[in-house]
Structures are given as C-alpha cells and as structure tokens.
Design a protein around this ligand. Structure first.
Ligand SMILES: *Cc1c(COP(=O)(O)O)cnc(C)c1O
Length: 375
C-alpha cells in the first residue's frame, strides 16, 4: 500500500512555532503584570477583535457556549421561548438555548452547505418563537439574507453562532456583525484559538453589550451590587494576551486554509463518489473544516488511519439524538442532517499543513472509494 506517512488532523505545535516566541512573551507579560482577570489585555483584545469583526462591541467571555447563552439572555430570551437552531451543528448551539431555559427547535440543513435551510425556518416558527441561532458551520457563512428575512417577518432576534467562522464574510460583511449579536469560541482548535477556553460576544447594540458585560461577572454593576443573577464567565488575561498574538495572523491563516481547500477541491473535482461542499457566490468561507461526504465513510476513515492519516467526524451524532433532546426528536426528524451525519468525514486542514500532504490525503480518499486519483 505504498509508503507509510503521518498526517495529523491538526498540529497546534506547528502554530506555536510559527508564533516564534510571541506566545511565551504574552504569557510572561501577563504574569509580570500580576493582574489576571478583567484587565488591560482583555480590554485591548476586545477592541482589536471588535475592529476585526466590524462591530461596535466585543465582550470576552469564558467559552463559546457561554457566549451564545449570555447573548440570548442579554436579549431577554428565556423560559417559555422557542429558539430555532440548525439540526446539524455542535451540540453547544442547542445547549446554550437550554441553558437560558428556552426550547431549541431544530430545522434541517442544506445538503450542499451543511448550513440551516432558510426555506424551512418559516414553518418551524410558532407564537413562542423569539430567536434564531444560525451557525456558520465549517467556516462557511449561512444564508443570512434568507434568515434575516424570516427574522424580520416574525420579529425574531438573530444570534450568529460564529464559533467556526472567525473572519468569514457574507456579502463582504464579517460574520458576527450581521445578526443582532455574534458568538465566538476561542477553543484551541478554532480558526482563532487560545491556550485554553475562551469566547466572545460581538454586537453593535450598546445595551446588549452592557448586559453581557454585567452577566459575565455575576451580574455585578459596581462592586457588590448585583443587578442580574449572572454567572462567572470571564475571559482570563492570559487568554486575551495569547489571542492578541494570534489575531494579527488570522487573515493569513485563513488564506492558507483556503489554498489547501483549493487543493482538495481540485483533487476531488469530477469524482462523483466524493461530495465536496459548495460555496455560494456571496460567501467567503474560512475553511474551519474540510468535510467530504462519502458513501463508505467509516471504512474510508479506517483505511486512511492505516496509512497514517488522521480524520475526524463532525458530527456522528446530531444534537437532536443526544440525551437531553432524544425524546422530542425521533429518528427521521431531520432527513438531510441525518444523512450527512452518516457520510461526513473531516480531512486534515490547518494553516501550517503542506499542500503535498493534502494531495496524499486526497489520493488516499479516492483510492478508498475505488476512484482512480486525478492525474
Ligand atoms: C466550538 C463550538 C461551540 C462551543 O464553543 P466552546 O468554546 O467549546 O464552548 C459552539 N458552536 C459551535 C458550532 C462550535 O463549533
């Protein structure tokens, strides 16, 4: 079977090497300051990330899950409400809705983009619906025109789950700046990742931003004066400092991801047994993941693993089939999402990966589906 190779799914050390000591300096700077929470690193990072997203505000929080939850809470979503979410997403999107006491209502996705099918949202809206949380899955913007139209029709809040899409644009507008608020995760493997957990809410709404700011710190306005029953969800100084070293490289890293995605797209072009994501002309994706659809996903993953190629499945289990939601959503509730969950395979893709590695991966995928590699 040819030579043995070793291609990891992602390599965070390669990213750290590229930062050339900046990360260590940022950590040392924070230690030297003797100030670990709610200080100048966070303030600077919030300013810089808001500028990158083109929003008036950015509020750092402890995770992406927390960002979605606090954005919803700050906008008044709570018990008794229904919130529209895509059927195909990381379970955190659904959990955030549950955390505020509301009910997540799944809507099926488009086969070609894995994102929420905006044509199906209208029929899922009831008199209890108060918000939509679209997800820009894999770094590809959701159909925000369609989503905003339904939201305007029914007077719904829109909180973008942009946890996989830092820097992606929809009609040249950065995600996180399109809906009423955006929610980001800085989990280490995201396009912009910290050295631990982190997240942020972006918005142009002064009041919403102020409320998230209070909620993340116990709901406390001035010391000891609690205005809301808030949470402890602060983005640590050391995380903010680490993120500030990575943020100036984000655009270049996203471009590197895009050129690797081009290698995959070229290699799989014309091979019907491998379905690749389509990119609408209004979308500038940031390729958080490169996901292919394969009829024999599990055997293909095994054969790639035998050759030393690491792959992952995002996601084999839909949120609707997970513990808290199973009883509400029987199998068959989301035909497209269910099909994708059984055929999707994420291939190695990170900014420091070599394009020849992508070619080897593509050849191995084609071999495993019985398609001869492209010349
Ligand atoms: C990672 C992720 C989240 C949650 O972010 P955490 O920082 O891990 O809490 C939410 N939604 C999506 C789509 C994600 O990929």
């Amino acid at each position: 079977m040819g030579l043995k190779i070793s291609i990891p799914f992602i390599d965070l050390n390669a990213m750290r090497l590229e930062l050339g000591g900046d990360l260590e300096s940022a950590v040392a700077r924070t230690l030297d300051s003797g100030w670990y929470l709610l200080g100048s690193e966070l303030e600077e990072f919030e300013r810089e990330f808001a500028a990158h997203c083109g929003t008036r505000h950015c509020v750092g929080v402890a995770s992406g899950l927390s960002a979605i939850e606090l954005a919803l809470r700050a906008a008044g979503v709570g018990p008794g409400d229904e919130v529209i979410v895509p059927a195909y997403t990381w379970v955190a999107t659904w959990l955030a809705v549950t955390r505020v006491g509301a009910r997540p209502v799944g809507v099926d996705v488009e086969e070609s983009t894995y994102n929420i099918d905006s044509r199906l949202i209208d029929e899922a809206v009831t008199e209890r619906t108060t918000a939509i949380v679209p997800v820009h899955l894999r770094g590809e913007p959701a159909d925000m025109d369609g989503i905003e139209a339904v939201a305007a029709n029914h007077d719904l809040l829109v909180v973008e789950d942009a946890a996989q899409a830092h820097g992606a644009c929809h009609r040249a507008r950065p995600v996180g700046a399109i809906g009423d608020a955006g929610a980001f995760s800085f989990y280490p493997t995201k396009n912009l990742g910290g050295i631990g957990d982190g997240g942020a809410v972006t918005t142009d709404d002064d009041e919403l931003a102020e409320r998230v700011r209070l909620l993340r710190n116990y709901g406390m306005r001035d010391r000891y004066e609690i205005e809301y029953a808030g949470v402890n969800s602060r983005l640590a100084e050391v995380q903010a400092a680490a993120l500030r070293t990575a943020l100036p490289r984000l655009d270049a890293w996203n471009r590197a991801r895009a050129s690797l995605a081009e290698v995959y797209l070229a290699a799989f072009g014309g091979h019907d047994s491998v379905s690749v994501p389509t990119v609408p002309d209004w979308a500038d994706p940031v390729w958080h993941l490169f996901v292919v659809g394969l009829p024999n996903r599990d055997s293909c993953a095994r054969s790639l693993a035998e050759r030393g190629i690491e792959t992952l499945v995002h996601y084999p289990l839909l949120p609707s089939r997970s513990g808290p939601y199973r009883d509400d959503w029987p199998p068959g509730s989301f035909p497209v999402a269910e099909r994708l969950a059984s055929s999707a395979l994420s291939l190695p893709l990170y900014p420091q990966l070599d394009s020849t590695a992508c070619e080897l991966v593509a050849d191995a995928v084609l071999a495993s589906v019985g398609s001869p590699p492209s010349a």
